[in-house]
Design a protein around this ligand. Structure first.
Ligand code: NAD
Length: 383
């Protein structure tokens, strides 16, 4: 059964929209049939033309797209939202109200209230809602989750997770203005109350939760803005509901780290670490002192990690495949729902609207802590 989708944002000059389209292209029998790819008419028409979208389904704005698609008998099965953050809430709501399933970029929206509303509305309207926390799509991240679930590292004692980048280093010097299109991230009207924490800190928050199953209880944070309105660096101490603590660090001014997302989890019987720049591997150390380099695609790998493999081991899989793994599961589930087939727990192995809500709660707790001399702030009491 063909699954048809539309897209808001993600014109050909944008970053993440094209990644979504390439990733969906990994999934059989899918087609991009409608879109409002940019607020800029020229860019919108150009992108629509490139993807052979008919004129009737190339929309000038997302409101028109939601209404018109909602009225069609052959309306899109889902919409992808790949715009800057400030638009996520309004766009998601418009499509939910038309009964159209949503895949939305992170962070889900600006406020906890908005996030709760999106969750409630999507439940009321039976919307399958995914939030693209990319890194949970990596095959070896899934394997790390399996190993921890199967008690291979014992009880978790500590977590250390860092996401350093360096692309905004020129913003530290006030005279220099970074020559990068994504600079909207430093504008609170477009980005929200955080920059680095919302952009990459939320990836840490979700991916650690995904791998370990630990639930965040409270956070202590110190942000650095280097003369800007929003943060470029954040150091965070977290405590989980079971009393275990962890350390998170995200930065866009850490020279030498293009995209150095790394997670280390330490337990009573072993430890696991995963590094996104070598994503096909995890390092596993056991209590007897042996450290093993485990590789994606090996015979010993099991669970969804095995199911979602695309290429034999040693042929690197990366960012697009991780996105594709999220889409493979999401679209497969959509097909099952359309066919009235029974759903299994593994069908929901993608980040949900509830996960998006928890990301927004995390952002607000971090900012509240920073504003109050880095006091502990409970995640669930931020708005
Ligand atoms: N999951 C990830 O790993 C990941 C990575 C990068 C970005 N993102 C998220 O993706 C989103 C987009 O980021 P980006 O880096 O691609 O930004 P970008 O600036 O490169 O692209 C934004 C796109 O949105 C379009 N747009 C803006 N206003 C619009 C409107 N009113 N109607 C239709 N289109 C509109 C722009 O024309 C552009 O095509 C952000 O929320 C960001 O946090 C996620």
């Amino acid at each position: 059964m063909k699954i048809k989708y539309g897209m808001v944002g993600g014109d050909l000059s944008a970053f993440i929209g094209e990644v979504h389209r390439k990733a969906i292209g990994f999934v059989d029998d899918t087609e991009l049939v409608s879109g409002c790819f940019s607020e800029d008419l020229k860019k919108n028409t150009h992108t629509a033309g490139y993807y052979h979208i008919c004129k009737e389904r190339t929309y000038q704005n997302y409101q028109l797209m939601a209404t018109k698609e909602g009225q069609r008998d052959d309306k899109i099965d889902f919409v992808v939202i790949a715009t800057p953050n400030f638009l996520h809430y309004e766009i998601a709501k418009a499509f939910i109200n038309e009964g159209i399933n949503v895949v939305c970029e992170k962070p889900l929206c600006f406020t906890v209230e908005e996030a709760k509303e999106l969750k409630k509305l999507s439940e009321e309207k039976n919307i399958l809602f995914a939030v693209t926390y990319t890194y949970s799509g990596y095959s070896m991240v899934k394997y790390a989750k399996e190993l921890i679930k199967d008690n291979k590292i014992g009880d978790i004692l500590n977590v250390y997770a860092e996401y350093p980048q360096d692309w905004l280093i020129s913003a530290v010097s006030k005279e220099a203005s970074p020559a990068n299109l994504s600079i909207w991230r430093l504008n609170p009207e477009v980005s929200g109350i955080t920059n680095a924490v919302g952009d990459i800190g939320t990836h840490i928050e979700y991916t650690v939760k995904y791998i370990t199953g630990l639930k965040l209880k409270r956070v202590q944070a110190k942000l650095n803005r280097f003369g800007h309105q929003l943060d470029l660096n954040a150091n965070m101490l977290v405590e989980y509901e079971n009393g275990v603590n962890g350390t998170y660090w995200c930065s866009q001014v850490a020279l030498g780290h293009p995209n150095g997302f790394k997670i280390r989890v330490y337990g009573t019987n072993g430890s696991i670490s995963w590094f996104q720049e070598t994503p096909d591997y995890i390092m596993y150390s056991s209590v007897d002192g042996i450290t093993s380099k485990l590789i994606r695609g090996a015979d010993y790998v099991y669970g969804n990690s095995k199911v979602l493999n695309k290429t034999p081991k040693g042929h690197p899989e990366g960012y697009h495949e991780a996105f594709a793994n999220i889409y493979k599961t999401y679209i497969n589930t959509l097909r099952k729902i359309k066919n009235n087939e029974e759903l299994l727990e593994s069908d929901y192995d993608f980040p949900s609207v509830s996960d998006g809500l928890e990301g927004v709660e995390f952002i607000h707790a971090v900012v509240k802590s920073d504003k109050n001399d880095s006091i502990w702030v409970n995640i669930k009491e931020t708005e």
